[in-house]
Write a protein that binds this ligand. Structure first.
Ligand SMILES: C[S@@+](CC[C@H](N)C(=O)[O-])C[C@H]1O[C@@H](n2cnc3c(N)ncnc32)[C@H](O)[C@@H]1O
Length: 286
């Protein structure tokens, strides 16, 4: 099967139908969740305190949901309006921006404690047009230089992606280094065709004192290893369900008012008027 990034530009590929299909697929949900947990592990944030995280290519919020679950505050950017629409429908907690990351970010310098990106940056390797400033190296340079500036010093960015060759890995890491990042590539389960995952683990600052973490080893011992792995997954699913239930449970007056205000600020149409339940007078109907 052809890679999605070779089929159409992302905002076309992830149209209404694909955005819904992608988000509802339980296998995709599980894979994206697992990779987000691993990205968070590699991000090495201070324990037991919320961090302010940028989710690059947040899509419909499958990765952001894990950030919520882990108690972080996040901002998501994505180029596909349909994916962001699904994220809004799913009432993710992050603030969402419609943006092409190949154009670079405009965030205030040092805004974020860290950044993650799950299954996104391979899209930057495909030229959008034949214009020279749309070439992959130009887009990657804008992306990495503005990302570097948006992050605190010291901090990390962890970007899982699907390279199709070693040359692509080389191109991406060399441009990231030129933009000022330290760090390098972490490969999990390098010998497994199915489980192999590539993470670009980037560091801002610390004078090169940060070491690139080790990838996970593919040899999971039979029996004990598997049961540990599945036990962990079961725990995670239980936690996610509990948190989901909690999240649903917090839909009180303040929560509803906050969400409605957010939607109005984002220009969303048909936001219901505040009712007696939410404690404000209805707006006059014109
Ligand atoms: C496979 S989805 C992953 C979404 C999310 N991170 C997750 O884990 O479910 C890839 C996402 O990258 C986004 N994307 C691709 N190219 C982009 C670009 N140039 N700027 C912003 N987002 C982009 C797509 O729109 C899509 O939502």
């Amino acid at each position: 099967m052809s890679r999605p990034e070779l089929i159409a530009p992302p905002e076309i590929y992830y149209g209404d139908t694909e955005a819904q299909k992608y988000t509802a697929n339980s296998r995709i949900q599980q894979i994206q969740a697992d990779m987000t947990y691993r990205a968070l592990e590699l991000l090495n944030l201070p324990p037991d305190e919320p961090s302010f995280i940028l989710d690059i290519g947040c899509g419909s919020g499958l990765s952001g949901e894990i950030l919520d679950e882990q108690g972080h505050i996040w901002v998501g950017v994505d180029i596909a309006p349909s994916m962001l629409e699904v994220a809004l429908e799913r009432e993710v907690e992050g603030d969402l921006f419609l943006q092409d990351i190949g154009q670079g970010f405009g965030f205030r310098p040092g805004s974020f404690d860290g950044a993650i990106s799950i299954s996104v940056i391979q899209w930057l390797l495909n030229a959008e047009t034949s214009h020279p400033t749309s070439s992959p190296p130009h887009r990657l340079t804008r992306f990495f230089t503005t990302l570097h500036s948006a992050l605190k010093n010291p901090s990390r960015a962890v970007l899982q992606f699907y390279p199709s060759s070693d040359d692509q890995i080389q191109l991406i890491t060399s441009i990231a280094q030129k933009a000022g990042f330290g760090g390098g590539i972490v490969v999990d389960y390098p010998n497994s065709k199915k489980a192999k995952k590539v993470f670009l683990c980037l560091f801002v600052g610390s004078g090169g004192a940060q070491h690139v973490p080790q990838g996970l080893d593919g040899e999971v011992p039979e029996g004990a290893g598997d049961s540990v792995k599945f036990e962990k997954r079961r725990e995670r699913e239980k936690r996610r369900k509990e948190n989901g239930a909690k999240r649903k449970g917090v839909k009180d007056k303040d929560w509803i008012l906050k969400k409605k205000e957010l939607y109005r600020r984002r220009g969303k149409e048909h936001v219901p008027n505040d009712s007696l339940y939410t404690g404000r007078k209805r707006r006059p109907a014109f």
